[in-house]
Write a protein that binds this ligand. Structure first.
Ligand SMILES: Cc1cc2nc3c(=O)[nH]c(=O)nc-3n(C[C@H](O)[C@H](O)[C@H](O)COP(=O)(O)O)c2cc1C
Length: 198
């Protein structure tokens, strides 16, 4: 289900324009194995500083392993849990703080975000929906999944098929059906100099 955007300023490819973050997931529609693998493949081919590939994805599929799926769900904030409980796949996206040669990697989080959005875009092309979440307990997730110190849990990611917004409570339903909004292009893209610096 695509969604109206408030101020498109150019025509772009539908697979980019139509990606958004719904909360209504179909609990009874698992994600097919081949589609899941295609999503991982898209993330694999993201660019990264020195080609270090600093991303790691912990994948919890309710069909394959309900216990780990529940463990990750339990790490989410209560408000996120309310809707993410319907997503058949939950992931934890982690970023390396060090390059493989042991030196600090200050681009690890940047690169990991690129891998995550590649996954989200591929999911959209396959008819799936994604919703990333910063609302989770980092200490709990580190402990539950034995995440090493040199990796930072960055975001949880819900993946699945979209459902009717009617399954949501009133507050979420309103957001689900509202127009998507972005700041004007001029506020984020500066030709030649930082805007307002002259
Ligand atoms: C790193 C990150 C953290 C986010 N955290 C949450 C969250 O905890 N809960 C939530 O419902 N949405 C969360 N979102 C979704 C954003 O609110 C959403 O992407 C943003 O409003 C833009 O909407 P769109 O993705 O539909 O274009 C997060 C998104 C990102 C990328």
């Amino acid at each position: 289900m695509s969604k109206k955007r408030n101020n498109p300023q150019a025509t772009i490819e539908p697979f980019i324009a139509d990606r958004w973050s719904p909360r209504a997931f179909a609990a009874d529609r698992p994600v097919e194995g081949d589609k899941l693998i295609a999503c991982f493949e898209a993330a694999r081919w993201a660019p990264s500083c020195f080609g270090d590939e600093p991303w790691r994805f912990i994948v919890c599929d309710r069909v394959r392993d309900p216990a780990t799926w529940q463990q990750l769900l339990d790490c989410l904030t209560p408000r996120n849990r309310e809707w993410a409980c319907n997503a058949p796949v939950l992931m934890m996206v982690c970023a390396a703080t060090l390059f493989r040669n042991g030196k600090p990697n200050r681009w690890g989080q940047y690169d990991t975000g690129q891998a995550a959005v590649s996954l989200c875009l591929q999911a959209g092309v396959l008819g799936l929906a994604t919703h990333q979440m910063g609302g989770f307990d980092g200490d709990a997730v580190r402990k539950a999944f034995s995440i090493p110190d040199e990796f930072t849990p960055m975001a949880a990611l819900a993946l699945g098929y979209q459902a009717d917004p009617d399954i949501l409570d009133e507050g979420f339903r309103e957001t689900e059906t509202a127009e998507r909004r972005r700041q004007p292009m001029e506020e984020a893209f500066f030709f030649g100099r930082w805007a307002g610096s002259d």
